[in-house]
Ligand binder design. Structure first.
Ligand SMILES: [Zn+2]
Ligand SMILES: [Zn+2]
Length: 120
């Protein structure tokens, strides 16, 4: 039985963010290492160029992104988010800590892999 901490809307900032060959690795204070492939991360960009502000409709999809896109740099925004500079010169996306955790693609959280549902 694992002890789960209740969801906290005030996420703590990552302890470390590493831009590696396969994607972004984020070390969270809860010891979890998040993983985000660059192309996926870029395709989930929440900025006004990628998502229509009025409707929330996404205008940029995975297939619109160059396959070999990667992140050149990152900065922390305030105490709640990270912004990435992508190799296609796109740097307007603000990824909140909470959102990054929700879209985590590590072995544990990758929802595309056929894993067993954790029982609540
Ligand atoms: Zn964007
Ligand atoms: Zn994860």
């Amino acid at each position: 039985m694992t002890t789960k901490t209740p969801d906290d809307t005030r996420q703590l900032p990552p302890e470390n963010v590493r831009l590696e060959e396969d994607g972004v690795h984020i070390e969270w204070p809860d010891e979890h290492e998040g993983f985000h492939p660059y192309r996926y991360l870029r395709s989930e960009c929440p900025c006004a160029h990628c998502v229509e502000e009025m409707t929330g409709r996404r205008m940029v999809f995975l297939n619109d992104i160059e396959p070999d896109v990667f992140a050149l740099d990152w900065i922390q925004i305030g105490n709640y988010a990270i912004s990435f500079l992508f190799s296609d010169a796109h740097d307007t996306g603000i990824y909140t800590f909470q959102r990054l955790k929700e879209m985590c693609q590590c072995d544990i959280h990758d929802k595309n892999s056929a894993g067993t549902e954790p029982s609540n």
